[in-house]
Design a protein around this ligand. Structure first.
Ligand code: PLP
Ligand code: LMR
Length: 401
């Protein structure tokens, strides 16, 4: 019954992470996975998350009953407020709801299935390049056309805004467009505010179904409010949308699978149908979401002191990443590594799209045990003051050879 199953290609990011873990080289460096690391190259439990966990552990009113299908409502409300801003008109007018899902991935999957099954969308457009999982999620959700709009101008290492706008202008009617809310993965470059305004114009003109994916709120600027600017601008322009939020990175809750879908509509009377259909999608997928992480996020976002501690933790993470960008660039410039390395500090969020070729990446992995993705993406979180010079010297060697 199980004969003939083809062995699929490995999932690159996890495969490279495993090669790093398996390496016995004492100098090995892990620049693969987008997960925060401290100066000591260790995962970081945010102090405010630890505090929330302790409070929950001694709270005898907590239990392990099922959550409702659409999740822990107070968490959903807090997540909606975080992305839209508590005073957003869409919230005040009852036009925005939240649905708890399994981190960013589950949120995207539920959104894709909902758009496909309930609203009959079959065509979706992602940025080129995009996060490795986007295409697979939409294909598996039954979309027959999963295509791309231009995003990256590799020669000038900036957003190809003319290509992007032209491609969105040309997409067929009834298409979904996936936009990265901030800190674009993998390029680390977001549109400017003026460019977002131009994108919004096309979205409105073509009546595209907008799906914002925001997995790094706080990591672009260090300020979660500022990082939601594009989404809030689109909402202010009357654009209806779905927003997939992940709390993996900005709360360091990677394995707790905390996510939320925020849905913004213009006519609140559609919400009853929407929620009932979304319930069926979720019922058939995971029935109801896990509770622990959602309780933590809810507690932190609704307690002003804890929320401030969270802002501070985000600042700690984003500042360390920024510092590492500066150190990497400075060392490459000191070594006179051929090429221009300005983009390393211009790019934002967790990643730098280095521009290294697949051959150079291969060389870095094999010769220096510096692990990164084939497209040249590095997770800047993997750098620290002990390994940044080693990585720069390795890159220098790879570029000169
Ligand atoms: N969207 C983007 C752009 C990502 O980089 C990620 C990666 O973590 C996700 C969504 C969702 O991740 P998770 O399912 O771990 O929340
Ligand atoms: C990454 O891009 O490295 C992370 O978002 C992890 C993942 O799931 O791909």
């Amino acid at each position: 019954l199980f004969t003939g199953i083809e062995v699929a290609a490995p999932i690159e990011v996890f495969h490279m992470n495993k090669l790093y873990l398996d390496s016995t080289d004492p100098n090995k460096v892990n620049l693969t996975i987008g997960a925060y690391r401290t100066e000591e190259a260790k995962p970081w439990v945010l102090p405010v998350v630890r505090e929330a966990e302790k409070k929950l552990a001694v709270d005898d009113s907590q239990n392990h009953e099922y959550l409702p299908v659409l999740g822990f409502e107070p968490f959903c409300k807090a997540a909606v407020s975080l992305v839209l801003g508590a005073d957003n008109a869409a919230i005040k007018e009852g036009r925005a709801i939240g649905v708890q899902c399994l981190s960013g991935t589950g949120s995207l999957r539920a959104a894709a299935e909902f758009l496909g099954r309930v609203l009959n969308y079959k065509t979706a457009y992602m940025s080129k390049p995009t996060w490795g999982n986007h295409n697979l999620i939409f294909q598996n959700a039954g979309f027959t056309t999963v295509s791309a709009y231009r995003y990256w101008d590799a020669a000038n290492r900036k957003v190809d805004i003319d290509g992007l706008l032209a491609d969105l202008e040309a997409v067929p009617l009834k298409s979904v467009v996936v936009l990265h809310g901030c800190a674009h993965n993998p390029t680390g470059m977001d549109p400017t505010q003026d460019q977002w305004k131009a994108i919004c114009e096309v979205v409105k003109k073509k009546q595209l179904m907008t799906l914002f994916d925001i997995a790094y709120q706080g990591f672009a600027s260090g300020d979660p409010d500022q990082d939601a600017w594009a989404i809030r601008y689109f909402v202010s322009q009357g654009v209806e949308m779905i927003i997939a939020q992940s709390f993996a990175k900005n709360f360091g809750l990677y394995n707790e699978r905390v996510g939320n879908l925020t849905i913004v509509v213009n006519d609140p009377s559609v919400l009853a149908g929407l929620q009932s259909q979304m319930s069926l999608i979720i019922r058939a997928n995971w029935s109801n979401p896990p509770s622990h992480g959602a309780k933590i996020v809810h507690m932190v976002l609704t307690d002003p002191t804890m929320k401030q501690d969270w802002f501070d933790a985000i600042k700690t993470m984003s500042s360390r990443i920024k510092d590492m960008r500066a150190k990497l660039r400075a060392k490459l410039e000191e070594l006179k590594t051929p090429g221009n390395w300005e983009h390393v500090t211009k790019q934002i969020g967790m990643f730098s799209y280095t521009g290294l070729t697949p051959e150079q990446v291969d060389y870095l992995v094999k010769k220096h045990k510096v692990f990164l993705l084939k497209d040249g993406r590095i997770s800047v979180c993997g750098l620290n003051s002990k390994n940044v010079d080693y990585v720069a010297i390795a890159i220098d060697d790879a570029v000169k050879n």
